[in-house]
Design a protein around this ligand. Structure first.
Ligand code: SAM
Length: 336
């Protein structure tokens, strides 16, 4: 699938739930918690059908996200089915990590991470903004730092192809921790990416006070580690730009949706929200309701395929975050 600006679409990011066991300030503040009624959320069968049809159109990479995907019931069954879909070559999950070290089944020694690996999941993206227990708790609304680290260690033991660590940059919050986050990632062989705060949040959150641009983060890093060397040819299927630290050779990614003017050039992605909205772009309010098509018994897989192609055709050239963008849906409702 190719849009009118030459973006080749091969990647579908699928949110399977809007529920989460954490309450990150920039994603789902505690006071705004309001879950979707269960019947509004696509069933696993409906999601798998969308992916099957997408695979027939050239989707080869799926990243499962949420909310916290591992909070949804029978999620391992879903991954098992996902791993069997022909044409899907790369499956990943985005998680806060807190449930990865749990036993996959009561009384079993296999962890959730082991079981995900067995289902064919290749990469795990774990969100970790702070190594300071107090700040972690303040940021996520939960005192789960030890669980998140335990989860990362379970993922390492499970032997995924790659484990990425995503840290959202917040001025005056984790700004002083960038070096520690880098050291933590190196010690555990995680590919660290720093992410600029995006306006898929509340207006109160995206302020000058909170926003730390990647340009400044790079300067802070260079102050201790020396000049970052750009790696223009190193890519991981997403919008991150990678650099190498001179002494250790550690790679670090930067996801600068707000300040990187070339952010959208290599976009290959669509998003499916958990209630069945197909979104051509995270940073645009455009979204199209696929659930009606999926739940209409007269609609065939060809209709679903046509829907996909229509949405691809409406994919904007670039996101609108820099154009006086007003926050609409929060990340939790879209799927990060
Ligand atoms: N629960 C999973 C997790 O923690 O990764 C998956 C969903 S979460 C919404 C996915 C990613 O979105 C996380 O790395 C989170 O930090 C990021 N995120 C959420 N709101 C954001 C915002 N306003 N700006 C930038 N990143 C955000």
């Amino acid at each position: 699938m190719e849009d009118r600006y030459g973006h080749r679409i091969s990647y579908l990011r699928v949110s399977i739930t809007d529920r989460c066991n954490e309450r990150c300030r920039y994603c789902l503040p505690e006071e705004q918690q309001e879950w979707l009624p269960r019947e509004d959320v696509l069933t696993y069968e409906e999601i798998l059908r969308v992916i099957r049809v997408g695979a027939g159109l050239g989707i080869s990479k799926i990243r499962v996200t949420g909310g916290e995907p591992l909070t949804r019931r029978n999620v391992l069954w879903f991954f098992e089915q996902l791993g069997r879909i022909e044409g899907i070559e790369d499956i990943g999950i985005s998680t806060n990590g807190t449930l990865l070290a749990r036993p996959a089944n009561e009384g079993e020694s296999l962890t959730v991470a082991d079981q995900l690996r067995r289902c064919g999941v290749r990469t795990v993206n774990v969100s970790l903004d702070s190594l300071d227990r107090e700040l972690y708790t303040r940021t996520t609304g939960r005192d789960f730092l030890p669980k998140a680290i335990e989860g990362i260690d379970a993922a390492r033991a499970a032997g995924f192809d790659a484990i990425k660590m995503n840290s959202v940059l917040m001025r005056n919050q984790n700004e002083h921790e960038l070096w520690d986050l880098i050291d933590f990632a190196r010690e555990r062989d995680l590919l660290l990416r720093f992410i600029e705060l995006m306006p898929v949040s509340t207006t109160e959150m995206l302020t000058e006070e909170n926003f730390l641009p990647i340009g400044e983060a790079k300067k802070l890093i260079e102050f201790k580690y020396g000049k970052l060397e750009p790696l223009p040819d190193f890519r991981t299927n997403g919008p991150a730009s990678y650099y190498r630290l001179p002494e250790t050779g550690q790679k670090i990614g930067f996801i600068g949706a707000m300040t990187n003017l070339h952010f959208c050039e290599t976009c290959n992605k669509l998003r499916l929200t958990c209630e069945g909205k197909l979104r051509p772009c995270l940073g645009s309010h455009l979204e199209f309701d696929m659930r009606d098509v999926l739940r209409n018994p007269k609609m065939t897989d060809e209709d679903v395929a046509r829907f996909f192609l229509d949405v691809v055709d409406r994919k904007p050239e670039q996101h609108e975050f820099r154009d006086n963008y007003q926050p609409g849906r929060r990340m939790i409702a879209i799927g990060g």
